[in-house]
Design a protein. Structure first.
Length: 161
């Protein structure tokens, strides 16, 4: 099963759209680094996420050292983001993020990287939720004041079939 390492932003967006449960019905294993979980998710819905199927991956010494090196050379990235990036890199897993700077760094590190719209497309492809509910979820994400998704891409998906 393909493993997807998520940062917090993707999980927050999916929650805003009431699409978390559907995302965990995809044929992927969603995971987060243990230190990201402890810092950002444990006290903010972490138990519920784990009940849905989120796994928490322990950072090895090698992965932790790589994350620290990322933080030293990329001051604009948060430490939890660097944990996710390092976990994806050391395991050859796919990174999920909504952060443009993190996506850029992943690309430079030759790490496969996707975001919420890719997850939305996979939900459509795998029929994990009725189309009206998927569209409603995407619209809810788009309507949130902190939405950073490209409007043209949202519109295209909402206008389709």
């Amino acid at each position: 099963m393909r493993v997807l390492v998520s940062d917090t932003s993707v999980l927050v967006d999916l929650e805003r759209g009431a699409l978390l449960e559907a995302a965990f019905n995809l044929p992927f294993q969603l995971t987060v680094p243990d230190l990201l979980y402890e810092r950002e998710l444990k006290d903010h819905g972490g138990t519920e996420l784990m009940a849905l199927g989120l796994s928490v991956s322990e950072l090895t010494d090698e992965t932790l050292q790589l994350a620290v090196s990322y933080t030293r050379s990329n001051k604009e990235l948060s430490l939890p983001d660097c944990f996710a990036l390092a976990l994806a890199k050391t395991n050859n897993w796919t990174l999920l993020t909504g952060d443009a700077r993190l996506r850029q760094k992943a690309s430079g590190e030759q790490i496969a990287c996707h975001g919420v719209l890719w997850i939305f497309d996979r939900m459509m492809e795998h029929n994990v939720l009725d189309i009206p509910l998927l569209r409603s979820g995407l619209q809810a994400i788009a309507n949130h004041p902190r939405c950073r998704l490209p409007r043209a891409e949202i519109k295209r998906r909402l206008d389709e079939g």
